[in-house]
Design a protein around this ligand. Structure first.
Ligand SMILES: Nc1nc2c(c(=O)[nH]1)N[C@H]1C(S)=C(S)[C@@H](COP(=O)(O)OP(=O)(O)OC[C@H]3O[C@@H](n4cnc5c(=O)[nH]c(N)nc54)[C@H](O)[C@@H]3O)O[C@H]1N2
Ligand SMILES: Nc1nc2c(c(=O)[nH]1)N[C@H]1C(S)=C(S)[C@@H](COP(=O)(O)OP(=O)(O)OC[C@H]3O[C@@H](n4cnc5c(=O)[nH]c(N)nc54)[C@H](O)[C@@H]3O)O[C@H]1N2
Ligand code: SF4
Ligand SMILES: [Mo]
Length: 753
């Protein structure tokens, strides 16, 4: 007998509602849930393979503990005993910063990842935090922090209502969108065109998204900040600046006019390889559109001027009056957002409150660059180093949660060696992969069908306000532990409370949150008794009670009875396909937390970085540069083990333009050696004019051949690790984000193996 269960897809940021067919405890089919309030039945090939992802035989079923050098299956109790015994002595001897924490991408796709890592970091008291954000969107956080005073206030393009969309370094037809949660992004782009709107794509490759565009500009990689600055210049020069109703909320417009004065379309043309006429046309089209949204993603972030490019994206939205208006770029309001505080000056956003120990990189958003993880482990420093996180102790113990930095961060070989040298390492990961193979303890979370789901992060980035929650579609298999409980027990074991009831972690968070809420004058529960509120919480377990609390305190919440028709967990459970909360609405000035209470258009750190951009006007790299690419049926490093999702175009090949191939004597299918600052790799060539001259492309997340991993299918076609071409020194200085696109490389035909 088969049954159907609903489950929000965790495999990308689109968060589609799935209807799973379940036989016994096995997911045998997945289709789009037509009644889902947000995704309306959309599904992509990855979502359709949910069952295969869920039941991959290589997923670990029990914890692994290293004994006599070998990882062997163990009980949960033995695993947490080993963690307590491994982490505590390091903290006690070398201090809290000697324990590093690495958080990978799937933490934004799990409830556990949303609810526990901040508690872990706070309880450890460590500043050695490294996440996938610094190989991804940290520049956008820094830009938002400086503009709006809140690193998480990220405006998203109003896809369904805009008249003109300018996409920069994003390929949502393959990625399904990022920092812009929109199920069926491709369909929404087609609808934009069908209603007479225009789509412009800036990308060195003619991607599937670019092919859909009215205009495609094949820019030279790494130069978008110059192009965008020149567009801003044109807006000022041609008196096209019109802030509209934004004007009272923005300061620094004339300062920005001065700052972009040098960046004429003519002056950036050679560096960007974009004609001045095209740049002027881009600016005029943006200004002329009734509504428009500028949106940048990986190609605008993972570059040397990532923060400036991310900043300019919003500067253009602001100068054309498109920020915070329907059809422009708006701030979503998620159901679990904190109770909105009254508008007014805030604490502002600070950068560089501490620095990394070895290279002195400034922290951003409490994080150090993932690029610096290897050196923070393998390099000793003087105890009196001025830049020390704390006096000179390397990271000696490491907790990785849903992260595979050996493949996702620069110079995997160095990191691989560094991880092998740790006193102690624990990985929370379903796979024994390139990173977790170094752990002393591996804690495997259950597969997604056995986990609950709510999108804490992506609802703050969604093109429509809505809220959905799905309980586990399948009960936990015997011997499994929910990832929420794994992380709660990990917190206790790593912080000297080994063996305590994991529910205590949730109880502590609830007590702190409600205790704070009752003291806040603007809170719906101001002045009430936290104990009375706690008693009202519903839910089957700690994480559900925390979700209930957040919903009820949130902007649509019932305020614990104050607004009886407001949201609560109980109400959400009564709507299994979700609750629509309406289109994005203008919210300014409420989201602003700058010290001035206004949008600070030209913050000091931005102004301080502009000379570096001016310098780039004169740079003309003459050699080849490399960019990445994503494939629809893939996801970073961890889906190459699913046979249903590999093969076809989803292969680790080097794309290069026919003219470059001819000049270098490279033929399709033949191996080519690619050399960068951090090393070299050899991959088969795929000659294609989809990539512009002077640019080659390799996807990331490959390179699965290492011993001691358990990725049977991935090992049959391992590919190569593109990040081995990097040495970890190329960063966007303001955000610490790695430069992963536009990196200089040399290419030569390689002998056939
Ligand atoms: N050259 C280059 N490098 C890049 C990029 C690029 O474009 N080019 N992109 C960067 C980007 S955007 C990102 S986000 C990073 C990603 O960097 P990472 O987050 O380090 O890499 P992922 O491959 O996403 O690894 C996720 C890990 O989580 C595990 N996992 C999967 N599901 C779960 C789960 O439910 N719970 C737990 N605990 N673990 C789980 C997987 O087995 C895997 O080990 O890579 C970055 N690296
Ligand atoms: N199928 C699939 N979906 C995914 C993922 C995946 O691995 N596979 N990963 C997920 C993750 S973690 C993320 S962060 C998102 C990323 O989502 P996107 O940013 O939409 O994904 P990418 O395909 O990396 O698109 C980046 C584009 O930037 C272009 N580019 C490179 N350098 C430059 C440059 O200097 N300037 C400009 N203008 N363009 C440049 C590249 O050619 C590429 O087409 O995707 C998510 N969704
Ligand atoms: S688009 Fe993303 S969320 Fe939707 S089904 Fe595909 S992988 Fe899942
Ligand atoms: Mo990402």
């Amino acid at each position: 007998m088969s049954r159907t269960a609903l489950r929000i897809c965790p495999l990308c940021e689109a968060t589609c509602g799935l209807a799973l067919t379940i036989d016994g405890t096995t997911v045998t089919a997945a289709r789009g849930d037509r009644d889902d309030v947000f995704s309306r039945g959309f599904i992509c090939p990855k979502g359709a393979s949910f069952g295969a992802v869920d039941s991959d035989p290589d997923r670990l079923r029990a914890p692994l503990v290293r004994r006599d050098g070998e990882l062997r299956e163990a009980t949960w109790e033995e695993a947490f005993d080993a963690i307590a015994a491994g982490v505590r002595p390091v903290v006690e001897r070398y201090g809290p910063n000697s324990v590093g924490v690495v958080l990978g991408n799937p933490n934004v796709h799990t409830m556990a990842g949303a609810l526990y890592p901040t508690v872990l970091i706070g309880a450890l008291g460590t500043r050695s935090l490294f996440t996938a954000s610094t190989v991804d969107q940290m520049p956008k956080h820094v830009s938002s922090g400086l503009l709006f005073g809140d690193a998480n206030a990220i405006p998203v393009p109003d896809l369904d209502r805009t008249d003109h969309l300018l996409l920069i370094g994003a390929n949502p037809l393959e990625s399904n969108g990022s920092l812009c949660t929109a199920p069926d992004f491709p369909g929404r782009l087609k609808a934009l065109k069908a209603r007479g709107g225009t789509l412009t794509v800036i990308d060195p490759r003619r991607t599937r998204t670019a092919r859909l565009a009215d205009r495609h500009v094949a820019i030279r990689p790494g130069t978008d900040a110059l192009l965008l600055a020149a567009m801003a210049h044109v807006l000022f020069e041609e008196s096209l600046v019109d802030l509209g109703t934004l004007a009272p909320h923005v300061e620094g417009v004339t300062e920005v006019a001065d700052a972009v004065a040098d960046f004429t379309p003519e002056s950036v043309a050679a560096a960007c390889d974009v004609d001045a006429d095209v740049t002027r046309a881009l600016a005029r089209e943006l200004a002329a559109a009734p509504t428009a949204a500028v949106y940048g993603r990986i190609g605008s972030c993972t570059v040397p001027h990532g923060t400036l490019a991310s900043w300019l994206v919003d500067v253009l939205n602001i100068l054309t009056g498109n920020l915070d208006r329907p059809g422009g770029a708006l701030f979503p309001q998620a159901a679990t957002d904190r109770t909105p505080r009254p508008a007014g000056p805030g604490h502002g956003f600070a950068l560089g409150r501490w620095h990394s120990r070895v290279s002195g990189h400034p922290e951003a958003k409490g994080e150090l660059p993932l690029s610096a993880l290897a050196e923070e482990i393998d390099t000793a420093t003087d105890t009196d180093a001025a830049t020390a996180v704390e006096a000179g102790e390397p990271v000696r113990a490491l907790v990785t949660i849903a992260a595979n930095p050996v493949l996702s961060a620069p110079d995997g070989d160095r990191l691989d060696k560094a991880l092998a040298s740790l006193d102690f390492m624990v990985s929370v990961d379903p796979y024994l992969n390139e990173t977790s193979r170094h752990a002393h303890v591996v804690l495997p979370p259950p597969p997604p069908a056995q986990s609950p789901h709510h999108d804490f992060a992506f609802n703050t980035l969604a093109v429509r306000n809505q809220v959905r929650y799905t309980r586990p579609a399948v009960p936990l298999e015997p011997g499994r532990m929910a990832e929420t409980e794994i992380l709660a027990r990990l917190i206790l074991a790593a912080t000297g409370r080994h063996g305590a009831d994991p529910a205590a972690v949730d109880a502590m968070v609830i007590e702190q949150t409600l205790g704070k809420a009752v003291r806040e004058p603007h809170s719906p529960v101001h002045g009430r008794d936290p104990g009375e509120l706690t008693a009202q919480l519903t839910g089957e377990n700690g994480p559900e009670r925390r979700l209930d609390m957040m919903l009820r305190l949130g902007p649509y919440g019932d305020g614990f009875g104050v607004r009886p028709d407001g949201l609560s967990l109980r109400r959400l459970l009564a709507h299994p396909h979700g609750i629509d909360l309406g289109p994005l609405r203008p919210r300014l000035p409420q989201p602003l937390k700058t010290r001035s209470g206004k949008v600070e258009l030209l913050a000091g750190p931005i102004a301080g970085d502009l000379p570096r951009l001016r310098q780039a006007l004169t740079e003309r790299p003459d050699g080849l540069v490399l960019v990445g690419r994503r494939h629809l049926r893939s996801n970073n490093s961890w889906m190459h083990n699913i046979p249903a999702l590999t093969g076809g175009s989803n292969r680790c090949t080097l794309h290069l333009h026919p003219d470059d191939a001819e000049r270098l004597g490279v033929r399709s299918g033949e191996p080519v050696r690619v050399t960068g600052a951090g090393g070299e790799v050899t991959a088969p060539a795929e000659v294609t004019d989809a990539v512009r001259r002077g640019v080659v492309s390799l996807p990331h997340g490959w390179g699965h051949g290492r011993p001691g991993t358990r990725l049977t299918h991935a090992a049959t076609e391992p590919g190569v690790n593109v990040n081995q071409l990097l040495d970890g020194t190329l960063l966007d200085p303001l955000s610490g984000n790695a430069v992963l696109n536009g990196i200089p490389v040399a290419i030569a035909p390689a002998p056939r193996p």
